[in-house]
Design a protein around this ligand. Structure first.
Ligand SMILES: [Zn+2]
Ligand SMILES: [Zn+2]
Length: 362
């Protein structure tokens, strides 16, 4: 199966649009013609020298599209179905069996290695050389992707596929952390650190949950302005000299829930300090260094390191779509579309804090 893909050839190289050859489908797999794919911060990890998924690789893990072929054991997905792709999981380990696929025993190897479980590559380039093409069980920065039945969520054909891709990871992580992992209750206070796609999805979800104090913290005023439009009741500039005092004043001495999307140790400490005793602090960013905590900061608090919002995409993606249709979860306001040929411009704008959620169209 020939496909056109954005191939990352080296940690410091731009993506190159190339023809690749995808291998044949296995019994539990699905071939998807990609209509759109969101860009998530995790997609830059293969640029980190020494990371477990080195180039050459096709990344992209927020794909949406149309099913073109299915393996002979697939029963829940049919050719022609419109689908949103999410993270992959095994379906049989203890956590998958308990409805917690984000904590699948094989989460890391299925999603972050970019390769088959046996370590081989799923695609070859024009010269016949291997290209890793199983990133998050999809590698959707391409015209076509191989997914599995488990990470393929069927959606209504009347829905616009071009906006649904980001529901598969970043938006799900933000909203799922609030509505799932942290289980924010009505009438409570929430502080969200970082107003990128994950943080703003969390702000919208906190409003859905009925939180009455929602504080967004970020360095960029234009993102804080958007946070206010999406449900934040207070905003705090992250580089203000009195961040802690502003957080305490807005929350009456401490929030019930804090949520860090930055991974920056100093920000995580601030988030924990802003959390009242009995409160919960959720973390989702890739940790940017060593995190040092003292017992006073942690006293009486729960710290959760959250994967994918702790939700099951087969349940939560339809829920987010319903909330969106109902006008309660306008995640499409975070999206800016780019043709796949402009993937390098999209990445640069995203890393510079410009576009919040780039969506690539093959
Ligand atoms: Zn599992
Ligand atoms: Zn992601």
């Amino acid at each position: 199966m020939k496909a056109t893909a954005a191939v990352l050839r080296g940690t410091d190289q731009p993506y190159a649009i190339e023809e690749i050859e995808l291998r044949d489908l296995r019994p539990n797999e699905v071939l998807v013609r990609i209509v759109a794919a969101g860009m998530c911060h995790t997609d830059v990890l293969p640029r980190v020298p020494g990371f477990i998924a080195p180039p050459p690789i096709v990344v992209g893990h927020e794909g949406s599209g149309v099913v073109e072929a299915i393996g002979n054991a697939v029963t829940k997905v049919a050719v022609g179905d419109h689908v949103v792709l999410s993270f992959d999981s095994c379906g049989v380990c203890a956590n998958c069996s308990a409805g917690q696929p984000a904590y699948c025993d094989t989460f890391i190897v299925r999603n972050l290695f970019g390769r088959e479980l046996d370590g081989s590559a799923a695609a070859t380039d024009a010269a016949g050389e291997p290209i890793a093409a199983r990133w998050f069980g999809q590698s959707s920065f391409a015209s076509h992707a191989i997914a599995t039945e488990r990470n393929t969520v069927v959606v209504d054909k009347a829905l616009p596929l071009e906006v649904l891709g980001p529901l598969g990871c970043g938006i799900q992580t933000g909203a799922g952390s609030i509505l799932g992992a942290l289980d924010v209750q009505p009438g409570t206070s929430v502080a969200v650190f970082g107003s990128g796609a994950v943080g703003l999805a969390a702000v919208m979800a906190a409003k859905v949950a009925g939180a009455t104090t929602i504080i967004a913290v970020d360095l960029q005023q234009h993102r804080l302005d958007l946070a206010l439009e999406l449900g934040a009741t207070h905003v705090v500039k992250g580089d203000a000299p009195d961040v802690a005092a502003q957080l305490a004043a807005a929350s009456g001495g401490g929030v019930q829930y804090s949520f860090d999307t930055t991974g920056i140790p100093a920000v995580i400490v601030t988030a924990l300090q802003a959390t009242r005793m009995t409160g919960k602090c959720g973390l989702v960013g890739v940790l940017q260094g060593n995190l040092e905590l003292d017992s006073n900061t942690m006293l009486g608090k729960t710290i959760l390191n959250i994967l994918e919002g702790s939700v099951d995409p087969q349940v939560f993606i339809p829920r987010m779509i319903e909330l969106w249709q109902d006008g309660q979860f306008p995640f499409d306001r975070l999206i800016e579309e780019f043709p796949m040929s402009q993937i390098n411009e999209a990445e640069q704008s995203s890393l510079a804090g410009g576009v919040i959620k780039p969506v690539l169209r093959p």
